[in-house]
Design a protein around this ligand. Sequence first.
Ligand code: ZN
Length: 346
Amino acid sequence: MTLSIPTLRLAARFSLRPALAAGAVLLASQAFAEAPLPPSKPSVAETAASPAQAPAAAKAQGSNPRLASLKDDAPAKDYFGAMKTPAALQARAIGSYAKGCLSGGNALPVNGPTWQVMRLSRNRNWGHPDLIRFLEDLAADAPSQGWRGLLVGDLAQPRGGPMTSGHASHQIGLDADIWLTEMPNRTLTREERENISAVSMLKGPIDVTGADRSVDPKKWSDSRARLIRSAASDPRVARIFVNPAIKQALCKFETGKNRDWLRKVRPWWGHDYHFHVRLACPAGSEGCKDQDTPPPGDGCGKELTWWLSDEPWVPKKPSKPEKVVKKKPMALAALPPSCKQVLTAQ
Ligand SMILES: [Zn+2]
């Protein structure tokens, strides 16, 4: 996801147009942040090879019948979405952020002194042990930034991998969504954690011509900026994704000499209710692929100006109707081969 502006234009054309055409960019980002899980997916057992196919496949893959029962062309999200527990193997982030899996994952406890995990029904509070430690450290530091504590959204599924809904990334246990809503002064109930909505920081719709694409000063605050700065200044963090309006607010907020942390804060679609922290590959994670480092500089110039213009957001009238191509879900075979061991481990 190293992004040149032409790539972004392509992204807008192919993946966002349908949502924009429906005038639903806010709804789309809401879905990203808050979509409930769809009805339960077939379990691994249900999607396993039929007994007739199994022996030949077993021969091809050694003698492990559990491995043989995995079908290469089946959607990887069906397998990984059905996993309820982590793989009891050495901790490893395997593959890349949007094409990989996680072994030896840990759960972020649902309650900590200065954090609470939201949407518990999703079972997505799993991550590489380094991510869990990072979140505990960020939460511990939050009060000193003027922020009572974190409301934590999705990390990864117990064994990572593609998700049944919501995100393309978050697959290797190094991504975490943190709400831009402060933790309340009490422990939320399970129901509240399902139902409370995160609040958008935007002033209004951003997909109309000439829209004011800035944060709403009644919602945005310096404490939010300090929290994001604290995360971005951590050497474990590779990138943070925020809405361009938030990036602009951060560019204005930092008046000190050290603007290095701003380089890691990247404008992206959605991300107006929460910010998304991405760690770099931890030491010892063989097969973990880092992204290229963000372009040099604080990112407050030309690129941000483009993000704040009409071009990425306002749908253009197509000269002829655009074909909406439905993307096929990622097949198991697209993931690194060791993700099959992750699926079949105890
Ligand atoms: Zn995210």
